[in-house]
Design a protein around this ligand. Sequence first.
Ligand code: 6GU
Length: 265
Amino acid sequence: MRIDVVSIFPDYLAPLELSLVGKARTSGILSLHVHDLRDWTTDRHRTVDDTPFGGGAGMVMRPDVWGTALDDVLQDGAHLLVPTPSGTPLTQRTAEELAGEQQLVIACGRYEGIDARVAEHYRGHPGVRVSEFSIGDYVLNGGEVAALVLIEAVARLLPGVVGNPHSLVEESHGAAGLLEYPVYTKPPQWQGHDVPEVLLSGHHGRIERWRRDQALERTAARRPDLVERLDPDALDRHDLVVLAAHGWVPQGGRLVRAVDGAPEV
Ligand code: 6GU
């Protein structure tokens, strides 16, 4: 896979030399190129922004500078990604889809964002896909950190990047739609906290059940939005008992919060 990042702070992307992503680059699995947007400016001051039409606070990035940069960097079949707090939430499913692309081009905006005509223009390009994405409901100063997040989420799914592909199977936000169970290692006793007995039992069936219960309990406690998306038909009776203890019951093919008292008529 090839990834190009365009930013006015290319040094912000330096961590991509490290760890698994860095190794994926040196091993040739990932071809990653970071570009300075100002290389495409033509004026003495290397200007990339201007005041917003219609007024308001802050500055907007100019479409002409972005256009020449993206025309140079986008290859046929590219997926153009624009990090923005007003984008579609990035999920594990998005990362899985993007891991199958030939080229990702990430256009990192700063200030109040990039002139909206840039995304509109490339949406009209045959052979280019455009996605505006967000990494959560909070505001960053620019898209660089979001680009790092996206690249790490995608790169670890490329074949050969994560040493043990089993690590990718049971983790949080996997196909089961549950958060991951808690994990423990040696020593078995630490600061008065014991490793749960069942994990030392060597009883694989009981361990598997305990881990699933923990995953269900964590998900119920922390992420009710994920419980709402579970398919009750894909759960076993024990799963339903655990969820019922947290106030969730199946109704009409989905899980809903049990309420005490008679339903209103
Ligand atoms: Cl993708 N960009 C910026 N600037 N802020 C964000 C974001 C992205 N996701 C959440 N906040």
